[in-house]
Design a protein around this ligand. Structure first.
Ligand SMILES: O=C(O)CCC(=O)C(=O)O
Length: 223
């Protein structure tokens, strides 16, 4: 049972620091909207602690040029119906939703006005953890996926670069409690990363909610 009661989690409307305003981030050939304070500070802290404790954090490995390395972050994949997800050469089968993930999913579904059937959770333990340039463009996500990315804990910079026009770049600071929604042609035209940092960094949890086509996901898992 979640010890943090629903009343504790409710939003105090008199608290002007909580404003669920959308910031449209201008992006050629893509759509990016940031909700800097979708979750209040209390909610963000609560979910960070819960997820840190309850997610099945896994150290994935990747083999490149015949050498095997630890992926520089911990991750876990949750979904409806054990949907497989194949990324970075790894196939993970979706774990059942936890109470916190389900609650966060409901909130971001309202915000994005779409339904999600899966989430990739990443734990960046410190500034040495990162995710390198990539697009969420696997066939099972569809040609124009809506991806809702929740940030908790340490603020990190989300960097974007255009796939075809090297002059186009963007940096978005992701504060705790924020939700970044990527949609339209963003994944077709842009790469994103969280770079390593030499500065002292506290842990950060990121959740990217997705809608995965189960049949296409099974095809990717088998190939
Ligand atoms: O941590 C982030 O903000 C980005 C995570 C990401 O790019 C991914 O899971 O595909």
């Amino acid at each position: 049972m979640d010890l943090f009661s629903q009343a504790d989690l409710s939003i105090d409307e008199s608290d002007q620091s909580f404003k669920n305003t959308a910031q449209k981030i201008p992006l050629v050939d893509g759509e990016l909207v940031l909700y800097p304070h979708c979750f209040s500070t209390a909610e963000a802290n609560h979910y960070f602690e819960q997820l840190q404790k309850t997610i099945a954090w896994t150290q994935e490995k990747i083999t490149m040029y015949g050498k095997t390395h630890n992926v520089p972050r911990l991750s876990a994949w949750y979904s409806d119906e054990k949907i497989p997800y194949t990324y970075s050469g790894i196939t993970a089968y979706g774990l059942p939703w936890t109470e916190s993930l389900q609650a966060i999913k409901s909130r971001v579904e309202q915000l994005a006005a779409v339904q999600f059937n899966s989430v990739l959770a990443n734990l960046y333990r410190d500034g040495a953890d990162s995710v390198s340039w990539h697009a969420d463009d696997e066939p099972e996500l569809g040609p124009a996926p809506v991806i809702a990315s929740v940030s908790l804990g340490q603020e990190r910079t989300f960097q974007l670069k255009h796939k075809f026009d090297k002059t186009l770049k963007a940096n978005v600071l992701l504060p705790p409690g924020s939700v970044l929604i990527m949609s339209g042609a963003t994944q077709q035209n842009w790469l994103h990363q969280i770079a390593k940092s030499r500065r002292a960094m506290a842990p950060r949890i990121n959740l990217t909610f997705r809608w995965v086509d189960k049949h296409l996901a099974n095809v990717s898992a088998k190939t």
